[in-house]
Design a protein around this ligand. Structure first.
Ligand code: FE
Length: 367
């Protein structure tokens, strides 16, 4: 961020303008050779000082995004200044910095958070034909305040040998007493579960979803604890037969350095629920242009790059996610799980229903 503000020469090189001006006497026009000398100063300046840049706050860790940003810089000459942090901390930082924030772009996960950022007023609308044609309408904000860049599914995972695929059908079915003591899922304060419950409210209504949530809680094998990986580990260890988790956790565990993670993941199979109906619950990681973005054009260019062919293939594969763009190939691991029908609801709706989902889960006793 050291060169922030120096990207647009005529506007942002006050030091140079000052240098030229101090050579001028009042009332006199600058001589031709003085101007030539000034231009020469510009011409010999080191390149990085003149380079355009974009300042990025990213909730994705550096290894998940840096190589792609480097490629973007190579291709466009636009430098990317990366600040990584936790999702909620970055949002808070943007809120407290307001229009003075150095950030041009926020990258974060889950529509619940992207919607929160929009509601908090820290984002601004982008209109880009390239983004609109690259990203399906369901995976971007209708008013252009955020754009999905990778897709993640939250299916039902089951322990091979303990459950048959034929016994499974829908999320709704997880409240059936036949699953008593057999389900592992993380706590309700997690945004992934909040978005999942929001999708059920949208499909079945609040009343039916509350009844469902009570049934699900009654079927839990243990009080919710840990993250998605912990649900998979618990299922593999025999504590439950079903686990709800985002697919990239399973993909990551299959190639994890730790043997216990690989072994646990190998015991699990993926079941795509609600295939005869609305489809499996999906969510995105995505990006939003900040309210006070100073490098607006460069930030939009980066957004477009991330939604392009190269960006989509690499970005989705690196974290075991799916591209948001139809027709972009998925990794071999994901391909092995088969194709699925995704819930086509506009994800913005899930952001809108987040508050209702949180209250409902609380009433249902979902810890
Ligand atoms: Fe995650």
């Amino acid at each position: 961020m050291s060169f922030a503000g120096l990207s647009l020469l005529p506007r942002l090189r006050p030091d140079l303008r000052l240098r030229l001006r101090t050579h001028l006497r009042p009332g006199r026009r600058p001589s031709r050779h003085l101007i030539t000398a000034g231009l020469l100063v510009l011409a010999v300046l080191p390149l990085p000082l003149l380079a355009a840049e974009v300042n990025l706050y990213s909730a994705r860790s550096e290894e998940l995004i840096k190589p792609l940003l480097d490629r973007f810089t190579q291709e466009t000459g636009i430098k990317v200044n990366l600040v990584t942090g936790k999702e909620d901390a970055l949002l808070q930082r943007l809120q407290s910095e307001g229009l003075n924030s150095p950030a041009d772009l926020l990258i974060t996960t889950d529509v619940g958070r992207l919607h929160r950022a929009k509601e908090a007023g820290v984002t601004q609308a982008v209109s880009s034909a390239r983004l609109e044609s690259a990203i399906p309408a369901a995976y971007r904000d209708p008013t252009g305040h955020w754009f999905g860049l990778t897709l993640r599914a939250r299916p039902i995972l089951y322990v091979a040998g303990k459950v048959k695929a034929e016994e499974l059908s829908t999320y709704e079915d997880l409240a059936d007493p036949k699953w008593k003591g057999r389900v592992c899922i993380r706590s309700s304060d997690n945004v992934y579960n909040q978005s999942l419950v929001a999708s059920l409210i949208a499909a079945d209504g609040a009343e039916a979803t509350e009844t469902w949530a009570k049934g699900l809680v009654a079927n839990l094998a243990r009080p919710p604890k840990g993250g998605d990986r912990d649900q998979i580990l618990a299922a593999a260890a025999g504590q439950c037969d079903l686990a709800i988790a985002n697919t990239y956790y399973l993909a990551g565990m299959l190639i994890a350095p730790e043997a216990n993670q690989r072994e646990a993941a190998a015991k699990m199979k993926v079941f795509w629920p609600n295939q005869a109906g609305r489809g499996v619950h999906v969510n995105v990681s995505g990006a939003a242009l900040t309210q006070g973005a100073k490098n607006r054009a460069e930030a939009i260019q980066l957004l477009e790059y991330l939604s392009g062919d190269q960006g989509q293939t690499w970005y989705a594969e690196t974290n075991g996610e799916y591209p948001v763009r139809p027709g972009v190939p998925v990794s071999a691991t994901l391909a092995a799980w088969g194709e699925f029908k995704a819930d086509g609801i506009n994800l913005t709706r899930l952001g809108e229903l987040n508050g209702e989902a949180v209250k409902l889960m609380d009433r249902a006793g979902w810890k």
